[in-house]
Design a binder for this molecule. Structure first.
Ligand code: SF4
Length: 689
């Protein structure tokens, strides 16, 4: 074991040791990536690496990250989008790497996982130190008892847990049940003042992270750490963002504000325990006005601020401000330790309501109330529509679009969730550029980053400019042209708006029959997945599972266990299925997955790009579709021995003029449009397995 940091073995030697110890095979792409990560952190230059499935990319960044940490004595942060990858890193890759590299480094590499505070059990809240926020709207007795059972499970688990981490609870519990035992970072009293601060799970996780060489976290916490004034993660100057194709969406979620009568009512209830009832009642009434208004408003993007909504938002904002004022000075908690938890919770909810209402009003700027374009109906995700939007946009409206920074939309209520207004930035690029990329070196990686053969689409979304970063595609060890076929069904009609065409159902049936089951059906909507399932269950004699029949992980297990079984579903299956072997021989994609034309954020972003002189369709809709298509097609080959077919039923993938961009985003499969050839190939594959 080298005692001196200057004697550390080079990255290549550490990687060879790690790969050998783990029983793997060193791959050129993996070595190239590890060297590029080393060079990036040494030269402090941001790096984007596309590394196809099978590259072994986690070792390719963990090894140089661990070496860097050993050399500099500083933690490296690794951020992921999914819990599955977090678990793989913390439960499998990092422990094995620590065992292997221990003898080659000055000390055994330490690692820790750190999540946002609301993911940990709050002992203070559990001990009745915080308000419970009972929900008036929970009137369905079935939901009451289901939540009650979850609450009981959390209480049982709380007696034994050593980490307080919500993800330990299997099966998981609803947000509503969990909220009764957790606080947000802003609601937390702070370890110094909290009676349970010494045993706080979130604080213990932070302590462990403070001593680690590698800290694994998620994109949301990474964004919060970068954007807030206070540090959440340990001091670091290198970040590896894995699953980087998800970064923009995750960061957007973190900075999306929401307002509904529920959020207003919660703030009013919390305030009502501490201020004069009349003042809290004013806020409650403003919330009721908001409820009446949103109940009859059409869901979707709000382009101009109706006078009634403007007045109600102002009413909500002012009533929240009156409560904040009535609560008195924020530092009064020192003299009032008994009520500290209640006051903190009230301030947090009231600040949220006040700031979000103000933010929504600000989103409309000085031109609020004017109807500038009226082009909603044209926004169909079709490139021609986008061009019409850009060119046909009146000058005044275009200028307003150029200056617009945020978009507001109304989401319709579902079940117990009331209609909710949301506000989000049109772009998070500027924010990422200033806050995330500003003062640290960032390595971004994923199997899918080079869209249309270039990193430009995503780098623009990240806010990176030419010269500030380098891109590297290390390819994939899989022999795509020999092991996979991309079939585009050009003889089928274009998909319409009225559900799955009959010809598509026939085509799916013939393909599945040829493959003998073994099919993952990726649909662009749940409606289409269910329609296909219903129609084909009658026609085929292979087992057919549909997302929603059971938990997704359970369905994937069943699908993997029996080659004859097929699994149909939508978004989470596009990215979350990893089934090597003969159970997955055919991936069917029903249509090019453009965002829905009524997706408020995507349509607003598209229009904004068009108004600023860009190609809104290519920058937003085509980029979104290319990413999902590449992710979906990436489900096919998961190991060196896999073979099969990706069948895209939507003929636009081969015939539309944007098809080159989409095709160049996919792995280099052998391509055909001949249905007979594909069915023969599937029969041969099935017979040979
Ligand atoms: S420090 Fe914060 S999170 Fe921890 S127990 Fe206290 S209030 Fe809860």
């Amino acid at each position: 074991m080298p005692k001196d940091r200057s004697e550390l073995p080079p990255v290549e030697e550490l990687l060879t040791a790690a790969v050998t110890a783990l029983g793997g095979v060193e791959r050129p792409g993996q070595v190239k990536m590890a060297q590029a990560v080393r060079d990036a952190v040494e030269s402090e230059e941001h790096l984007a690496v596309q590394a196809g499935t099978g590259t072994g990319k986690s070792l390719a960044y963990l090894v140089p990250a661990i070496r860097y940490s050993a050399e500099k004595g500083k933690a490296v942060v690794v951020s992921t989008a999914t819990i599955a990858l977090q678990r793989q890193l913390v439960d499998r890759d990092l422990p094995r790497l620590a065992d292997t590299l221990e003898s080659l480094l000055p000390h055994r590499p330490e690692f820790a996982i750190l999540k946002g505070r609301r993911n940990y059990l709050c002992r203070h809240k559990m001990a009745d130190g915080m308000p419970e926020d009972e929900d008036d709207q929970l009137f369905d007795p079935r939901e009451v008892s289901a939540t009650g059972r979850m609450v009981q499970r959390i209480q049982d688990w709380a007696n034994d847990t050593e980490t307080g981490d919500r993800d330990e609870i299997v099966p998981g519990v609803s947000d509503q049940a969990w909220r009764q035992f957790s606080v947000t970072a802003r609601e937390c009293l702070g370890a110094q003042r909290c009676p349970s601060g010494a045993d706080c799970f979130a604080e213990l996780a932070r302590e462990r992270a403070g001593e680690a060489d590698v800290v694994v976290t998620n994109h949301a916490l990474l964004a919060i750490d970068a954007m807030e004034d206070f540090a959440v993660l340990p001091e670091h100057d290198v970040v590896v963002v894995d699953e980087a194709h998800e970064l923009v969406d995750r960061v957007t979620s973190v900075v999306t504000g929401e307002l509904s009568d529920s959020t207003v009512s919660l703030a009013a209830r919390r305030a009502g325990r501490l201020v004069e009832q009349g003042i809290a009642d004013r806020l409650q009434e403003a919330g009721e006005d908001l409820r009446s208004l949103l109940a009859v408003a059409p869901p979707g993007r709000v382009d101009t601020l109706p006078g009634s909504l403007g007045m109600t938002l102002a009413l909500v904002r002012d009533a929240a401000f009156a409560c904040i004022t009535a609560l008195g000075p924020r530092n009064k908690d020192k003299d009032d330790p008994e009520n500290a938890g209640l006051r903190k919770a009230a301030f947090t909810a009231l600040d949220d309501v006040h700031d979000t209402a103000q933010r929504m009003l600000d989103a409309f700027g000085p031109a609020a109330g004017r109807d500038e374009t009226g082009d909603d109906a044209e926004d169909t995700g079709d490139p021609r529509d986008s061009e019409r939007g850009a060119n046909g946009c009146p000058e005044s409206a275009r200028s307003e679009e150029v200056h617009r920074a945020e978009v507001v939309w109304l989401e319709e209520g579902r079940g117990r969730v009331p209609p909710t207004l949301r506000v989000a930035p049109l772009s998070v690029g500027g924010m990422l550029r200033d806050k995330l990329f500003g003062d640290r070196t960032v390595v971004l990686t994923s199997a899918t980053l080079a869209l249309g053969g270039s990193f430009d689409s995503l780098s623009r979304q990240w806010g990176l400019r030419a010269g500030e970063w380098t891109g590297l595609d290390v390819g994939s060890p899989f022999d795509h042209p020999r092991r996979g076929i991309l079939y585009v069904a050009t003889h089928l009609p274009q998909p319409g708006r009225d559900g799955l065409p009959e010809a598509y159902v026939d085509e799916i049936a013939e393909l599945i029959e040829a493959a003998g089951g073994r099919t993952l059906g990726l649909f662009s909507s749940m409606r289409a997945a269910k329609a296909a399932t219903e129609a084909l269950r009658e026609r085929l004699d292979v087992p057919l599972l549909c997302q929603g029949d059971d938990s997704t992980s359970q369905l994937v297990k069943q699908f993997a266990a029996d080659p004859a079984t097929c699994l149909f579903g939508t978004l989470s299956l596009w990215q979350g299925v990893d089934v090597p072997g003969p159970s997955l021989t055919l991936v069917i994609i029903d249509r090019v997955p453009f965002p829905r034309p009524d997706d408020p954020l995507a349509s607003a972003r598209q229009r904004h790009v068009a108004a600023t002189g860009g190609n809104g369709f290519m920058a937003v809709a085509a980029t979104h579709a290319a990413l999902l298509l590449a992710q979906g097609a990436g489900r096919l080959l998961r190991s060196m021995d896999d073979r099969g077919v990706v069948a895209v039923l939507d003929p636009r993938l081969a015939t539309a003029r944007y098809s080159g961009f989409l095709l160049n985003s996919l792995p280099p499969f052998w391509r055909t449009t001949d249905p007979a050839k594909v069915r023969n190939a599937l029969r041969r594959l099935t017979a040979g397995s």
